[in-house]
Design a protein around this ligand. Structure first.
Ligand code: LLP
Length: 410
């Protein structure tokens, strides 16, 4: 969104025009911004053999996946359905990393049959894998580095009591299993959390990965997961990706020399690539003053964007229907029968019924975490590419809410 001229546009197209054409609520993604972020990440890690595995879960529309493919990334998928989506979007199996948690061995077998890279995150599955495949299928092992980092307790997953990964303290046990089944371990993986600002966290993760990697022969890659922090609030500091790139690359190259082979370095960013490229456009249904606050009720809510309620996440909101005029303080709320506060006590250009608000940073974990709660319909999605808005998902209709319900003759 261009704020400088105070006319809210994506690639020259006024957002109000997009809202008028396609209706609201509406997710809008700036394809160019996504491509620019991929390019920036490649630049940051230009001194190492980087493979980007975009975290599909952040925004999984097949057109976004196709855009990533065009930009030269691979993908990280966390469910068999995401694997299928990535294959559908045109990724080759070898470009897909499958990082499941708490899935059945049957699902892992399905993924093996599809030919994707398997990332195992617990010892029992590693043993099943060994029993079935021995060394015939290469495998990656997800380790839990026991680093506490990330923006919110729910998205800090590298701590000691996390369900993710195999504790680094159990490395000896892992090595025994690897030896017993002669496993062909070609990668090691860590993911510490989301919203990580500090380069030292990635360096700490790197040291833990390097220490573990010294115990394995024949590794081809080390996967550092995702988690780069993006700016959500005005004035927020984001991960300095060039700085992280420099520091991690230096440590990585040093390790590769010691290891005696030029390993690939993998990252699985979600937010970094798509958060800032996405907006949720909503319309004001009501402006309601109470003795305490002035509420702005919009035609959306936690069913479309759950991040503010689930993680206390801050999303910047602007009134794109008003370029000039006075500002007032409002609390923007959804239309769901829950306290679904999208943004509390925010200064916006004076709001009237019918105005369109843009909720920023809605690209990552926006649509992909949406639901039909309150039997509401999910929004349409638009991808703006080469100055053109493209409808990439139709708005749901009432029939979609009824779909799959069995109408008994009662
Ligand atoms: N790799 C793995 C194994 C992950 O579990 C995740 C995120 C990522 C990569 C990508 O992380 P990112 O670069 O997007 O921070 N719904 C939450 C975030 C959950 C992240 C789950 N795992 C949110 O909206 O903040």
């Amino acid at each position: 969104m261009n704020f400088e001229d105070q006319k809210y546009r994506i690639q020259g197209i006024p957002l109000t025009e997009i809202a008028n054409t396609f209706g609201t609520p509406l997710y809008v993604y700036d394809g160019q911004k996504i491509l620019d972020k991929v390019a920036l990440l490649k630049q940051a890690f230009s001194k190492v053999n980087l493979k980007i595995k975009y975290a599909t879960k952040a925004l999984s529309n097949i057109n976004i996946l196709k855009l990533m493919k065009k930009a030269g990334t691979g993908v990280d998928a966390v469910s068999i359905e995401e694997v299928k989506l990535c294959l559908h979007a045109g990724f080759e199996p070898h470009e897909i990393m499958y990082t499941p948690n708490s899935v059945s061995f049957a699902e892992i077998q399905l993924a093996v049959e599809m030919g994707v890279m398997i990332n195992i995150d617990n010892i029992p599955m590693l043993e099943h894998f060994g029993t079935f495949y021995g060394n015939s299928v290469p495998v990656c092992i997800r380790l839990n580095p026991h680093i506490l980092a990330g923006g919110n307790a729910k998205i800090s997953v590298g701590h000691i009591d996390s369900k993710f990964g195999i504790s680094i303290l159990q490395l000896k046990h892992v090595l025994k299993v690897v030896q017993a089944y002669d496993l062909n371990v070609i990668g090691l993986h860590v993911h510490t959390g989301s919203d990580i600002l500090d380069a030292t966290v990635f360096l700490k993760g790197a040291e833990i990965l390097f220490d573990a990697a010294r115990e394995f022969k024949g590794l081809k890659f080390l996967d550092f997961g995702g988690g780069f922090k993006v700016a959500y609030k005005p004035g927020d500091v984001a991960t300095d990706i060039l700085d992280v790139g420099d520091k991690v690359s230096e440590a990585f190259n040093k390790f590769c020399k010691e290891y005696g082979s030029e390993l690939e370095i993998w990252f699985e960013p979600g937010k970094f690539l798509v958060s800032e490229a996405g907006l949720l456009l909503v319309q004001v249904n009501v402006v309601k003053s109470t003795p305490a606050s002035t509420f702005v009720g919009v035609n959306s809510g936690l069913n479309h964007l759950i991040r503010p309620m689930m993680y206390d996440a801050y999303h910047d909101v602007v009134n794109i229907s008003k370029v000039d005029g006075p500002e007032r303080v409002y609390t923007i709320v959804g239309y769901i029968c829950e306290t679904d506060t999208i943004a509390a006590d925010r200064k916006l250009k004076e709001v009237q019924e019918g105005d369109i608000l843009a909720i920023k940073n809605a690209g990552a974990y926006g649509f992909s975490m949406s639901s039909n709660y309150n039997s509401r319909l999910r929004p349409a999605e638009i991808l703006v590419l080469n100055g053109q808005p493209h409808l990439i998902r139709e708005r749901e209709e009432f029939e979609d809410v009824l779909r799959h319900q069995i109408d008994l003759d009662l």
